[in-house]
Design a protein around this ligand. Structure first.
Ligand SMILES: O=P(O)(O)OC[C@H]1O[C@H](O[C@H]2O[C@H](CO)[C@@H](O)[C@H](O)[C@H]2O)[C@H](O)[C@@H](O)[C@@H]1O
Length: 371
């Protein structure tokens, strides 16, 4: 299978799993819903906002299903088509979300006179997506690049992972870390050269949920044990249920098990990522709020001379992209090979492009220091 086909197949799988979960919750499961009908193009063009809105379980454990099945039927890809040339839709998307590498000079011009602050998602941004979440290592070259970046600009890692876990992958003490989708924030363990603001910051947005998350994690492990390939990950303030290695015919069963646990916990909600179901507290805190919190901690609250850049690949990163768009400061970069609904301004295709972009930023900073 080519790399492109793997990604198309991931998009197709996401749609199918979304259908499975939503239908499992609404008890109107049909064969037609299981297999989305043909649509044009060979890539994922469904509105992710719409899809995930329809996926969300409400506080009563029920599901909002209004119109979701129709929108998925209308926009789901039918067949995996691998073509080296761009379709009209892809070209138009690229036009609206150009490559951050191609637009590098314009980006630098827009940041002139402002302090660049870097926010980096982990999975799919700094490390490639792999089957085993415990083996999502970043390359040494990427680590070196991020290390250099942090010498040039204040830098934070913002991840859905538990903070300790993402730290064990990145292993750079000079960074800020926001784990559990931003619900667990800690400043640099080692003195960063940016003395402005509060470096010793430690903030946990959902401490009271710890016992509940732990309980739910244990129940999910128990309930999904019989489903080959299912993996439950404890991310401290949230839980991930992975289905990347689950046979598609078992997705319905997995979704039903997840639902049977969640319906007892009205204070938790479900969202979806890349072949993963995410369970987290219903509190109003996300990666966007974490970004604002970090900017404030860094001493940039109400500053006009700050230029935050957020790079991420997932739905959860959209909260941060949107904050930047609303503030009219800096911008978001979506890591994706495929057109997606996004509030990001630019795109990069994969982690190696992210690394090239970060290297360019470092080179630019060094050049400007040399005068
Ligand atoms: O916010 P992020 O740093 O992007 O974390 C989001 C989730 O990433 C991880 O799962 C994803 O990457 C895995 C490794 O490549 C892959 O196997 C999985 O299918 C992806 O969904 C992580 O394991 C989750 O806990 C994070 O929530």
């Amino acid at each position: 299978m080519t790399k492109q086909n793997v990604l198309v197949s991931e998009a197709q799988s996401a749609i199918n799993m979304a259908i499975t979960v939503a239908v499992s919750n609404s008890s109107i499961f049909t064969t037609a819903a299981q297999k989305p009908p043909p649509a044009h193009g060979g890539y994922f063009s469904i509105s992710r906002n719409k899809l995930l809105k329809n996926l969300e379980i409400n506080n009563n454990g029920g599901t909002r299903t209004n119109g979701w099945i129709d929108s998925m039927r209308a926009s789901s890809p039918t067949h995996i088509k691998s073509t080296p040339s761009l379709t009209d839709e892809q070209s138009s998307w690229i036009l609206h979300h150009p490559s951050a590498l191609d637009m590098f000079e314009q980006i630098i011009a827009a940041s002139k006179g402002k302090q660049i602050v870097m926010f980096l998602d982990y999975d799919g941004t700094l490390s490639p997506i792999v089957e085993d979440p415990d083996r999502a290592f970043m390359s040494d070259a990427m680590r070196k690049t991020v290390k250099k970046l942090a010498r040039c600009f204040p830098t934070a890692i913002v991840s859905g992972r538990c903070r300790d876990k993402v730290y064990s992958f990145v292993r750079l003490a000079e960074l800020y870390y926001a784990g559990s989708h931003g619900m667990d924030i800690k400043g640099p363990a080692k003195g960063s050269k940016y003395k402005k603001g509060n470096q010793g910051v430690l903030f946990q947005a959902a401490s009271e949920f710890l016992p509940m998350i732990d309980e739910v994690y244990k129940q999910l492990v128990e309930k999904t044990m019989s489903i080959p390939g299912a993996k439950v990950e404890n991310n401290k303030f949230c839980v991930s249920v992975h289905y990347r290695c689950v046979e598609e015919k078992k997705w319905n069963e997995l979704a039903l098990q997840v639902r049977s646990v969640l319906k007892e916990y009205p204070k938790l909600r479900l969202s979806s990522g890349r072949k993963v179901l995410e369970i987290r507290p219903t509190i109003k805190w996300d990666k966007g709020k974490a970004l604002e919190f970090l900017l404030e901690s860094l001493g940039f609250a109400n500053c006009t001379d700050v230029f935050p850049v957020y790079i991420g690949d997932d739905k959860t990163d959209e909260d941060a992209f949107k904050i930047l768009r609303d503030r009219g400061q800096g911008f978001g970069i979506l890591v994706s090979k495929f057109p997606k609904d996004t509030s990001a301004s630019y795109s990069l295709q994969e982690p190696t492009e992210v690394m090239n972009f970060l290297q360019k930023l470092v080179e630019y900073k060094r050049r400007s220091l040399r005068g």
